[in-house]
Design a protein around this ligand. Structure first.
Ligand code: 13P
Length: 211
């Protein structure tokens, strides 16, 4: 896909996420890897109203080349895209249920989102690390995010929200949606007697076939 089409796809998917309540106000940011740099949503922009022509363009050294000023979370996106060379895009949201889990998960440990359904396992995998709290946009978060992203497609920022990578922009958006639904189910079913999660063998099978 050429850069123009990617810019349009970014605006379309941003609007779709916003319209369905995955992001509110100016929360959330998205980056896409290009052959010679990155696209990034501008700081303080609303994902529901992105202008494709004003999306920030960064060079391969992450310097700002054109478009509006990039998201303050550029360090977050750089950490994930550096740690995961196979990832083509990163989506950060403040979606309600995944953010709720980010307030419960142990900082520096793994969030306990049970493998209740196949698509959570297929899109996110086995692990969901929770990076300790940092102020939004704090460059100090970069090493901790990079370390967490090395072993996981998705992670949580403590008391802040989810960060999800994917091979393509579309994949990253789908995985972010799947994580939000898994978090919602996990909270809905927390402590419910008789709750059945997938077995370790079923999880292994999914990862072998789709992982
Ligand atoms: P930006 O508006 O700078 O992208 O920040 C929004 C956000 O979600 C911070 O985590």
């Amino acid at each position: 896909m050429d850069e123009g089409a990617l810019r349009q796809e970014l605006a379309d998917l941003g609007r779709s996420l916003f319209d369905r309540g995955y992001s509110v106000g100016t929360a959330g940011n998205i980056s896409v890897r290009l052959p010679d740099g990155y696209l990034m949503t501008p700081t303080s922009s609303c994902l529901g109203r992105l202008d494709p022509a004003r999306i920030s363009r960064l060079g391969s050294d992450w310097s700002h080349l054109s478009g509006d000023r990039p998201s303050k979370e550029v360090f977050l996106h750089r950490a994930v895209l550096t740690a995961r060379p196979e990832a083509g895009a990163v989506v950060h949201l403040h979606s309600t249920h995944a953010t709720a889990i980010s307030c419960l998960a142990p900082e520096g440990g793994d969030a306990e989102v049970p493998a209740l359904t196949p698509y959570f396992v297929m899109r996110i995998g086995r692990r969901l690390p929770c990076v300790p709290y940092y102020r939004p946009g704090d460059p100090a978060m970069e090493p901790a995010v990079r370390a967490a992203a090395q072993g996981a497609k998705a992670l949580l920022l403590a008391n802040h929200g989810p960060v999800v990578s994917g091979a393509t922009l579309r994949d990253a958006v789908h995985a972010a949606e799947e994580l939000e639904e898994a978090a919602r189910l996990a909270l809905l079913l927390r402590g419910v007697p008789g709750l059945r999660a997938l077995t370790p063998a079923q999880v292994d099978d999914l990862l072998e076939v789709f992982g």
